[in-house]
Design a protein around this ligand. Structure first.
Ligand code: PGA
Length: 262
């Protein structure tokens, strides 16, 4: 057993403005109840964070997060958003280095490390994404790519400050494509990530989520893997009923995991 609650994270990407986000929250809250064995993290677009924070204020099991931040607290960075600002809007967690940030907007491994470090210094929790492209996987380069993505992070964040970091393994070829990694493929990379952080002296067990075309139909297979501590969900998180289905199935699976290892 992991000893930690499982984490279900919803990445809404560029969907759901403030009104749609509030409507989602209202419906979702009616479909779910807090459970001690899991935590729900929602990443709405920045303009909708305050609306979601307000809507979920009665639910301590739900945390609101930012999809991206700048590492500087303020300044002349047109179009960027700072960590103090997202905290003021209710964010407790921050998604860092999502593959769309890396591949569509040129975010580098070093920038991901800088952002992660800044998020930790501000007292929020980073959810740091890593993952290989299809060409990298087919070229047998999954392992060096994951290690390359992790190294600047391990250089920048001292081992004893990793306690608040959560990692998401999201193979780029599985995002939004309907193709998942098999639970076994994912588990192998999760073990690689644990090995890479462990050999740099990071103590304890870093929680690692799987992301990439997760749905209510397949979440159970992923959570059956003991090395997978939850899911980062994109497309399927946009509909409250589907997301509630994921969480519901997940709750059953989490309980089964606990019972199986008790
Ligand atoms: P997906 O997205 O579930 O639509 O594949 C996952 C993500 O990008 O975080």
């Amino acid at each position: 057993m992991t000893g930690r609650p499982l984490i279900y994270a919803a990445n809404w990407k560029m969907n759901h403005g403030p009104a749609a986000a509030a409507a989602f929250a209202e419906r979702f809250l009616g479909l779910t109840a807090p459970a001690p064995d899991r935590s729900l993290w929602f990443f709405p677009p920045a303009v909708s964070m305050a609306a979601v924070s307000q809507a979920v204020r009665s639910r301590p099991d739900i945390r609101v997060g930012a999809q991206n931040v700048h590492w500087e607290p303020k300044g002349a960075f047109t179009g960027e958003i700072s960590i103090p600002m997202v905290r003021e809007a209710g964010a407790a967690v921050v998604l860092v280095g999502h593959s769309e940030r890396r591949h569509l907007f040129g975010e580098t491994d070093e920038q991901v490390a800088r952002k992660t470090s800044a998020v930790l210094k501000a007292g929020l929790a980073p959810l740091v994404c890593v993952g290989e492209t299809l060409a990298e996987r087919e070229g047998g380069r999954t392992e060096p790519v994951i290690i390359r993505q992790l190294e600047p992070l391990l250089d920048k964040v001292p081992a004893d400050e990793w306690a608040r970091i959560v990692v998401a393994y999201e193979p780029v070829w599985a995002i939004g494509t309907g193709k998942n990694a098999t639970p076994d493929d994912a588990a192998q990379v999760h073990e690689l990530i644990r090995f890479a952080v462990g050999r740099r002296g990071v103590p304890g067990r870093v929680p690692i989520l799987y992301g990439g075309s997760v749905t209510a139909a397949n979440i159970g297979e992923f959570l059956a893997e003991p090395s997978i501590d939850g899911a980062l969900v994109g497309g399927a998180s946009l509909k409250p009923d589907e997301m509630a289905g994921i969480v519901g199935r997940a709750g059953v699976t989490a309980a089964a995991r606990l019972a199986a290892t008790a």
